[in-house]
Design a protein around this ligand. Structure first.
Ligand code: NAD
Length: 480
């Protein structure tokens, strides 16, 4: 299919119409594998945003009044279309974002699972009856949709991150305006197309692009919007949460991470190296839950690094549309220069290099899978999220020391540990400050399980029953 594939021209999707922005402004969409422009993303004007706001305001009574059963039918029909179109959606994602086609079409299938799961969950937004001390009085608790949602999603998972927000909000009965990343606009538009084709009423979902800070400020300060959801960097998340707080509207914030991986002396080193390398270099490391800071017991450090670096060095880097590619290019030039800076700084602080450390040169944002060893805390990469294919190691000897190291950053998104001991598994699970922890396992995403962080990694969860709850408010009625 990739031989005949043509990247679809991105449009805005407002009030059920596919169209360009009112002023005709556009921004180029680049293929990260060769730097060439493949399309132009339309930019919304203030008038376009007003139209989207009017659309969600008008759609809310209709959509909340649609039974959960009927909402679920549309979400399930859209999920079936996503599954049917998964290879095509994957090619859209790979063309604009760079990741290997196997990863991107797998993500399109994951979107179908997310929509299907929330379609089912929509029908379980139960309230409850509370026994009353007043004779003849009923205490009733209802869950109701919070109202129109503004969502902002990044370029690293341009289908699954929008899917988590859209599926949960629509399932709960909330209409949505989403602003996906301008750099990778086509993926989310394919979700919108599937929902449109499945019969989603006009105005229930709107997709806009533009100058990110202008769009988010305009939407969050509008009285129409009752809830926001953002995935991206901590610095932007803090700014958007502040805007939302001024209007007292709740926010779900999925922000940065800097995941520690603790490899204890009794760990299965082959398992730890294999699972960690798969999780680290997937999507070229541009994942907020990517394992990054490897704290390895001194007695097994060198053996682990040898195995882990062998996995890293064995990955074939290349264009994502080539089925033989294991790791594609970085999504944009900013990440490429960031890798060079992080690695140069770590080496200046005395870090060793087990593999990688540079790009292959030539066109495209390619960088070799990299492992830096014995990196001191003073290096930038031990403190700032690298968001790229670089892992760093340090040695430890005691449990308390490694827990302090793992918890020393303001981030608290994901953490991982490898040990054969049930006692150590339980103790480390209790001790780590993180929203998600993988013990002898590295896959932390699924429609059914909560995804979210603590500390400066954000608040709220997407996925699981928590993901639906985020778009519901509680109403209590006492009826005499
Ligand atoms: P960035 O912070 O400029 O942008 C990240 C995303 O947020 C982009 O999609 C962008 O369009 C959006 N954004 C930026 N400012 C916004 C605003 N005021 N309102 C609404 N949306 C806004 O940085 P970047 O160079 O694109 O990425 C760099 C860093 O962002 C990474 O190092 C990483 O820490 C973080 N990031 C995190 C995730 C995640 O999944 N948590 C995803 C992408 C980027």
């Amino acid at each position: 299919m990739t031989d005949t594939f043509e990247y679809p021209a991105p449009k805005l999707f407002i009030a059920g119409r596919w169209r360009m922005g009112g002023a005709g402004d556009v921004q180029p969409v680049l293929n990260p594998a060769n730097g060439q422009a493949i399309a132009e993303a339309p930019m919304a004007t203030t008038a376009d945003l007003d139209e989207a706001l009017a659309a969600v305001e008008a759609a809310f009574p209709l959509w909340r009044g649609t039974s959960a059963y009927d909402r679920a039918k549309i979400l399930k029909a859209a999920a079936a279309l996503m599954r049917e179109r998964a290879r095509y959606i994957g090619a859209v994602t790979t063309s604009e974002q760079g990741k290997p086609i196997g990863e991107s079409s797998g993500e399109a299938f994951a979107c179908a699972d997310i929509f299907e799961w929330y379609a089912e969950e929509a029908r379980r937004a139960y309230g409850r009856i509370v026994p009353s001390k007043h004779p003849g009085v009923r205490h009733m608790v209802f869950k109701e949709p919070i109202g129109p949602v503004a969502a902002f999603s990044p370029w690293n998972f341009p289908t699954t991150i929008p899917a988590r927000k859209i599926a949960a909000a629509l399932a709960a009965g909330c209409p949505v305006i989403i602003k996906p990343a301008e750099e990778a606009p086509g993926s989310c538009l394919e979700l919108a197309r599937a929902l449109d084709d499945a019969g989603l009423p006009k105005g229930v979902l709107n997709v806009v692009f533009g100058v990110p800070s202008d769009i988010s400020t305009y939407l969050i300060t509008s009285p129409v919007i009752r809830k926001i959801s953002f995935t991206g960097s901590t610095v932007v998340g803090k700014h958007l949460a502040e805007l939302a707080a001024r209007r007292m509207i709740p926010s779900t914030m999925e922000l940065g991470g800097h995941a520690p991986v603790i490899v204890f002396d009794d760990a299965d080193l082959d398992l730890a190296a294999r699972l960690s390398a798969a999780a680290k270099y997937r999507n070229a490391g541009q994942i907020c839950i990517a394992p990054t800071r490897f704290y390895v017991h001194d007695s097994v450090h060198d053996a682990f690094v040898e195995k882990f670096a062998a996995h890293a060095a064995g990955l074939k880097i290349g264009p994502g549309l080539d089925p033989a590619t294991n790791m594609g290019p970085l999504a944009n030039g900013r990440r490429l220069s960031a890798m060079g800076e992080f690695i140069g700084d770590a080496q200046a602080h005395g870090a060793g290099l087990a593999t990688g450390g540079e790009g292959p040169g030539g066109a495209g944002n390619f960088w070799r899978p990299t492992v830096l060893t014995d990196v001191p805390d003073t290096a930038r990469i031990m403190n700032e999220e690298p968001f790229g294919p670089v892992a760093v190691t340090q040695r430890f000897t005691s449990f308390d020391e490694v827990v302090a190291q793992a918890n020393r950053l303001p981030y608290g998104l994901a953490a991982y540990a490898y040990t054969r001991s049930a006692r150590t598994s339980a103790d480390i699970g209790d001790a780590l400050e993180a929203g998600m922890i993988g013990i002898n396992f590295s896959i932390l995403t699924g429609p059914e399980t909560p995804f979210g962080g603590v500390k400066e990694s954000g608040h709220g969860s997407e996925g699981g029953i928590e993901g639906l709850e985020a778009y519901l408010v509680t109403k209590y009625i006492a009826q005499g």
